[in-house]
Design a protein around this ligand. Structure first.
Ligand code: MN
Length: 176
C-alpha cells in the first residue's frame, strides 16, 4: 500500500475483509475456549487477543493481515494450533507474523527470556525514535515526508496508544 493510501481518512471495508476478520476471531475463540487469564476475575482468554488487535486499531493500524495476526497471536503458543494450520487458513503473511511473536518453547528458558528482552528493547527504540521526531524532524526529510509524518503522528497521539504511560509500564513489565 502506498503512503498516500495509508493516510486516507476513509477506507473501503469489503465483505472479504469482514469475513476474514471474523474468521480469525471465530478460530481464536474456539482455540482459546477453555482458557482464562490469570487475573482475579479469571477473564476469558479471548479478551486478550481482541484487546491487542484493538490497540493496533487505536494506533491506526488497520492492515487485515496484521489485525488477523494480532487476534491469532497466542494460538500456537498456548493451544494445539500449528503454524501449518494458520497458513492454510489465513495465508503465509499472517503465519509469518504469528511466527515472529511466538515464543519457541524448544529453546531453553534463558534464551527465550533473552529474545523477549531484545523485543522489548526494539519496542523502546521505536518509541524513542518517535518522540525524538516529535521534538525535531530529521534534516534529510522531504516536505512531503514531514507532512505525512505529522498526519500519522497526530493519529497515533489522538489514539493515545504509543505515548501513554500505560504503554511505558507495559514495556517495563515485559523487561522484568
Ligand atoms: Mn499474548
Amino acid at each position: 500500500m502506498s503512503s498516500e493510501e495509508e493516510t486516507k481518512e476513509n477506507k473501503i471495508v469489503t465483505q472479504f475483509d469482514i469475513t476474514k476478520f471474523l474468521d480469525a476471531i471465530d478460530f481464536a475463540a474456539k482455540k482459546h475456549a477453555f482458557q482464562r487469564r490469570k487475573d482475579v476475575e479469571r477473564t476469558p482468554y479471548i479478551n486478550h487477543p481482541i484487546g491487542v488487535a484493538k490497540n493496533l486499531a487505536d494506533a491506526c493500524i488497520f492492515d487485515l493481515a496484521t489485525i488477523q495476526a494480532a487476534i491469532l497471536h497466542d494460538t500456537v503458543e498456548d493451544t494445539d494450533t500449528t503454524f501449518e494450520e494458520i497458513e492454510e487458513r489465513f495465508g503465509k503473511e499472517v503465519r509469518d507474523i504469528v511466527d515472529e511473536v511466538t515464543d519457541d518453547k524448544e529453546l531453553p528458558y534463558s534464551e527465550r527470556k533473552r529474545l523477549q528482552i531484545a523485543k522489548a528493547v526494539k519496542l523502546a527504540d521505536k518509541l524513542n525514535n518517535l518522540r525524538d521526531m516529535q521534538r525535531s524532524i530529521p534534516v534529510d526529510w522531504t516536505e512531503k515526508r514531514v507532512q505525512e509524518y505529522f498526519q500519522w503522528a497526530k493519529k497515533v497521539t489522538d489514539g493515545k496508544v504509543l505515548m501513554s504511560q500505560g504503554n511505558q509500564s507495559e514495556i517495563r513489565r515485559s523487561i522484568r
